[in-house]
Write a new protein. Sequence first.
Length: 317
Amino acid sequence: MSIKIGLAFAFVCLLSSLQQIEFKEKNQSLENYIECNQSARNNKTLPIVDTTILIRDEKSYIKTRDRMIHFFKIHPAKNFDDKIYKQQEDSLKLLERSIKYIFKGSPLSIHLSNDSWKINFETLYDELGFGMLDGLNNFKTINDPTNIFYTSNILFYHYFKKDTINSTDNLTPKQLEKIINAAFYSDAYFTKFISYKLPSTTNIHVYAIIGTGTNDIPLSPPNELAIILFTDKYLYIINKYLHSNQIIGIPECEKICTNFYNKERQNRNMKEWDKQLDKATEKYCNCYLEKLKYSGQYPRVQKMIDEMYKELKREIQ
């Protein structure tokens, strides 16, 4: 009996999806599709994800994405099979295609047919890395250390509503650090060393960030530069990973790192280790904040930042 009910729901879902396809250019609502998927989830059957459907605005995108996330919560990653894998792949295709459609009026829209522009997360499972900021990222090859991410302000503010970010004209260093992590890091962490606001025109806010991204050694010299640019509708981030020794470690700062590991390497109390690491990280970052500008390397770093800013402006103009 339950099999028949499941098949019935699947058939209704298919009919609903076909109706969506037929009337998609008339801006038909996704409510039937979403409610159908909800019924399928309640009966533990796989919902049908039709990647030809267009989600036409951020509100519908968020609603559909959240329903998908709920589905994968009741189908744990430990039970991952071919059907669940295909469900997730189809779901991501739908979200990616829809977000490209939503961004069709953006300055970067002419590039969105390029396959290098992908949705900014690879999974809908929390335990596998879901949680990145919704948007598009032009993932580059390992030989090109520069990435560009962008999203709409609506999606940005929705993502950071719990952090009470409601304006972009005076972001704090900690908020800038959170934005970089949300855009680029799922299995590692970015630590901000230096951040400052760049001159810009009306309704445009631009920030430069110098920091380090790592998943194993939390105390290491700056190895990453980023520019965050807000317009009235979109957020753009250009991020560049620096090769070894592009910023050379400052001896006074590296001594903080050495002292921490020499002192704490025998500490088996993880809670105390984390506490001491937080203190050392703060001292380490403050050291670079104070010393880097006077180390003789800063003009070269500023030149790289200026070149990144020019590259980003070329892309969005």
